[in-house]
Ligand binder design. Structure first.
Ligand SMILES: Cc1cc2nc3c(=O)[nH]c(=O)nc-3n(C[C@H](O)[C@H](O)[C@H](O)COP(=O)(O)O)c2cc1C
Length: 444
């Protein structure tokens, strides 16, 4: 049995009963997205019959927290530690001469949409978009491998437009472009949860080789093979790899596209990728993601790890939840064991300052479940007084993925201290002794 990438993931999902298989014919234009959206991106679905296509498609893979933890081999309590441990102990990857990804190769007359059933999702989207592709590049200075998810608009023939918003990748590309050079890229589809998680660590912050990070996270070397038309390495057991280069001096209009927060991102000129080869396994499975909530969970998990360790220096932080409704970026709930007055306010300042995306933070005590919205509402309504406990920072940097920010080019940040005053018995929660041990089945 294969141990890495999508086929292994599918085997595991079948064993745990977490995979839905759809045997009805489904159109990859709109219809497939509607089915994925119906399950709120929390149900892995394998579409066995895709209309007018030779490939099956899988979606909804990594949007469910419990399934994701299971596939990453972590749990709620040890995840931050494990993710940080991999960062400080990167491990070597392994290069093979060949692998299943080389079973089929197309290197001429490439028409992407004819080969791959790339989905169109929302009504005003400009084209079909590859939404789950992990882009691989080699850092021009260090030789480190960087991976990241970037949405890719399918243009005509062998051309894709790439939205490359991140600091490091954009700067690397612009620097090469100034020298008239293009940047080699590979897009990987059909990967596993570990490969996706590794891609979400920030290159600008950590500068690590994400393949070494991946090998550390998975507890064995990531198995790689060389591309056909450039020197990049890609997973030997992936389903599909698209090879090409980000071309110096060329831009193509990209968007509109219904993105992360459910609004349309506007049309703008973006760099293009000229595709030089597509390799794929026999009986390949195209990997998609409804834009773009599901895979963003992994992005949120890295943010949780960062907040957890940053705040550890300041307060006794117990857990961090970067919420789904806030796009796994904009809103965090943080529980602390407050020992001195003022710790919650310090936690607010630190959290809001850590990165530009985080717009709202709620600090609560460790006597409630931060993953349960009702408990957060309860803490805000019963432990918080607005005149004292709300901190507003007007006009800070924000994210263009969140449209209220765009109105003035800046964002206001808000911090809510929903912790109880220390030592005041009015805030003691009413508890039944032995409640947590009750076995309800015994009574019915
Ligand atoms: C589902 C998903 C879609 C994403 N789409 C984009 C995108 O289109 N453009 C982009 O710049 N970043 C996108 N990101 C964020 C990057 O993947 C993330 O910032 C990156 O992996 C971190 O590495 P970096 O520091 O090299 O950017 C996306 C993330 C996820 C999880």
């Amino acid at each position: 049995m294969e141990r890495q990438m999508l086929r292994n993931t599918i085997d595991k999902l079948k064993k745990t009963g977490d995979l839905l298989e759809c045997n009805k014919e489904v159109d990859y234009i709109y219809e497939m997205g509607a089915v994925l959206k119906y399950f709120q991106n929390k149900k892995p679905i394998l579409f066995n019959k895709v209309k007018a296509a030779n490939m099956r498609t899988i979606g909804g893979l990594y949007g469910n927290r419990n399934i994701l933890f299971d596939h990453l081999g972590v749990n709620k309590d040890n995840r931050n530690y494990r993710f940080m441990e991999a960062l400080v102990n990167p491990k070597p990857y392994k290069i093979f001469n060949s692998g299943p990804i080389k079973e089929n190769k197309i290197t001429s007359n490439i028409d992407i949409q004819k080969i791959i059933p790339v989905n169109k999702f929302n009504g005003l989207d400009s084209s079909s978009f590859i939404t789950a592709g992990v882009m691989v590049i080699k850092d021009p200075q260090t030789g480190n491998f960087h991976t990241s998810v970037r949405r890719l608009q399918v243009n005509k023939g062998n051309s894709l437009s790439a939205l490359i918003g991140s600091f490091k990748l954009t700067n690397d590309f612009l620097e090469l472009e100034r020298q008239g050079k293009s940047l080699d890229v590979a897009i990987v589809l059909g990967y596993d949860a570990t490969f996706l998680l590794a891609s979400q660590y920030s290159s600008a912050t950590y500068g690590v080789d994400k393949y070494e990070l991946d090998s550390s996270l998975r507890g064995e070397p990531l198995e790689l093979v060389k591309c056909e038309t450039n020197d990049l390495l890609v997973p030997a057991h992936a389903e599909i790899v698209i090879e090409g280069k980000l071309v110096a001096g060329k831009r193509e209009l990209e968007g509109p596209f219904g993105e992360l927060m459910g609004y349309y991102g506007r049309q703008a000129p973006h760099p293009i990728i000229e595709v030089s080869a597509i390799t794929y396994r026999n009986n390949p499975i195209y990997q998609t993601a409804f834009p773009c909530e599901e895979e963003h969970l992994t992005n949120g998990l890295i943010r949780e790890m960062e907040l957890y360790y940053y705040l550890k220096n300041i307060v006794d932080v117990r857990d961090v939840y970067v919420t789904e409704g806030g796009g796994y970026r904009f809103n965090a709930v943080i529980s602390i064991k407050q020992k001195r007055i003022g710790e919650a306010k310090s936690a607010i300042l630190s959290a809001l300052g850590l990165n530009k995306d985080l717009k709202q933070v709620v600090i609560v005590d460790d006597d409630l479940d931060i993953y349960w919205e009702r408990e957060i509402e309860w803490a805000i309504t019963s432990r918080c007084q607005a005149s004292n406990d709300i901190v507003i920072v007007p006009g800070a940097l924000g994210s263009s993925l969140e449209p209220s920010h765009d109105l003035r080019g800046l964002t206001d940040k808000i911090g809510i201290d929903a912790t109880k005053p220390i030592g005041n018995e009015k805030f003691e929660r009413a508890m039944i002794p032995g409640f947590e041990n009750i076995d309800i089945k015994k009574y019915f």
